[in-house]
Design a protein around this ligand. Structure first.
Ligand code: HEC
Length: 156
């Protein structure tokens, strides 16, 4: 069955596995910084939009599950976007050296944040406004808790 669809699939899987690892290891720090800042900004936009609803300045709550799901998805594995060599000693970034000096603490901050984001996405499905608003505040606090310790505040 050489050349059959199964062979082709196996071959492309091999190339995918073979190529994807070295390629991602070669991502330039400057591009990774741009990428993680864009992801952070996107999460910031979802937080800002949702906060207008939470503050009751916008009454239609139907987008809340979408904002919550986006934050949950974009907030997955954040620590991976901060590899060694992408700190302020090497590239222009709002990331503090403390990230690499206290890596376990940074990873915990990322995971704690993500845990809160997962809960927010879950709560958003049930239409309980009070529960959503309380969990939304916890997500915001988790963003700030990491920024307070690991982000240069006047970076932008
Ligand atoms: C685990 C730590 C951590 C968590 C959690 C976190 N951030 Fe960040 N954030 C950072 C760091 C570090 C930077 C600086 C990145 C850089 O400049 O390379 C940053 C940068 C930003 C920026 C500025 C991006 C830019 O254009 O320079 C915004 C906006 C932002 N975060 C929003 C958020 C929001 C909103 C959340 C929660 C929904 C969040 N962040 C959660 C660590 C975190």
């Amino acid at each position: 069955m050489r050349g059959g669809p199964f062979y082709v699939m196996k071959r492309s899987l091999f190339f995918f596995l073979f190529l994807s690892v070295p390629l991602s290891a070669a991502d330039k720090p400057v591009d990774l910084v741009r990428y993680r800042q864009s992801v952070m900004k996107a999460m910031g936009s979802h937080m800002n939009a949702a906060s207008l609803i939470v503050k009751k300045l916008v009454s239609d709550r139907s987008h809340l599950p979408g904002h919550a799901a986006a934050i949950r998805e974009l907030g997955t594995g954040l620590a991976a976007y901060f590899p060694p060599g992408s700190g302020p000693d090497k590239v222009k970034t709002g990331a503090m050296m403390a990230i690499w000096q206290k890596l376990p603490e940074f990873r915990v901050a990322a995971e704690e944040f993500h845990g809160e984001a997962v809960k927010l996405a879950e709560v958003s499905k049930h239409g309980d406004a009070k529960a959503f608003d309380a969990q939304f505040a916890r997500v915001g606090a988790a963003c700030n808790s990491c920024h307070d310790r690991f982000r240069i505040q006047d970076a932008d």
